[in-house]
Design a protein around this ligand. Structure first.
Ligand code: ADP
Length: 251
């Protein structure tokens, strides 16, 4: 049981954060594309201490059938935290938090998916958190967006997600667990590379100026993450050999 509060923690030392980062610095990010053989698309992401895997299946037939939409595909998103992903064993199975995160994450991705191309079908996104260190919803969305591309799902644009927070009256990028749990605010966002925001949540209190600063900082973080997502996809697909096409001379 954690029995610390915000006053027990010194969040900064010599101007740097507990893990040595500047206030506007992301944690290290690693993205691997196409890690699951049986999924249509998949992605493994590490964002600091978060380890998350996303798997995409579809477009495929909808079960149960009454969920079918005649004009578009439906999108389902299941966020799940493994019981071993946190220090104190988490009770397995869905809970209020996972329902909320599944809903907001689906809503963060759905606007860019061209669902009208696949009427009466479903695109299923499964996100499994293997290790959690704050920012799992944003890590999940980043992995899911890459997995959707890997599955060949037509999308209007990419989605990248990042959070900003407030600790010891300072706005910081990409809070880690101690900063998230004992900080004053947490503000995750998801957006397209053009800056169209598809998710914006806020936990805690921020003044209007702090709010704007946090949004700006999170958007800058999301732009940097977009570059990493893009590079991971280019790396995967540039390794594939181009299909050989036989061209016959016209007779
Ligand atoms: P996010 O992971 O998107 O930041 P929260 O703000 O709800 O979502 O959670 C922050 C962090 O708190 C998680 O990443 C995880 O490290 C920790 N956490 C969340 N739920 C639990 C839980 N049931 N048991 C232990 N730690 C948890």
């Amino acid at each position: 049981m954690i029995d610390m509060d915000e006053n027990d923690i010194s969040f900064f030392k010599d101007g740097l954060r507990l893990d040595g980062r500047r206030t506007d610095q992301l944690r290290p990010i690693k993205i691997e594309v196409g890690v699951l053989a049986r999924a249509d698309g998949s992605c493994y992401i590490e964002m600091g201490g978060n380890k998350v895997i996303a798997a995409v299946y579809g477009p495929r037939e909808v079960h149960p059938r009454h969920l079918q939409e005649v004009t578009r595909a439906i999108v389902r998103y299941r966020y799940n935290m493994a019981s071993f992903s946190v220090e104190e064993r988490k009770r397995p199975g869905p809970d209020r938090r996972s329902y909320e995160l599944s809903k907001v994450s689906r809503e963060a991705l759905e606007p860019v998916i061209l669902t009208s191309y696949f009427p009466r079908s479903v695109i299923d996104v499964f996100v499994e958190v293997l290790q959690a260190d704050a920012g799992t919803r944003t890590a999940g969305i980043n992995a899911a967006a890459v997995a959707l591309v890997d599955a060949g799902i037509p999308m209007k644009s990419m989605i990248s997600a990042c959070a900003a927070g407030k600790v010891a009256d300072t706005i910081v990028l990409d809070p880690m667990k101690e900063e998230d749990n004992f900080g004053q605010a947490d503000l995750p966002i998801a957006m397209t590379p053009n800056g169209d925001i598809t998710l914006l949540q806020m936990d805690g209190n921020l003044s209007p100026d702090e709010f704007h600063m946090a949004v700006e900082m999170a958007m800058k973080g999301a732009r940097d993450i977009y570059e990493i997502q893009r590079r991971a996809l280019v790396e995967k697909y540039s390794q594939l050999e181009a299909p050989t096409v036989e061209v016959k001379a016209c007779e």
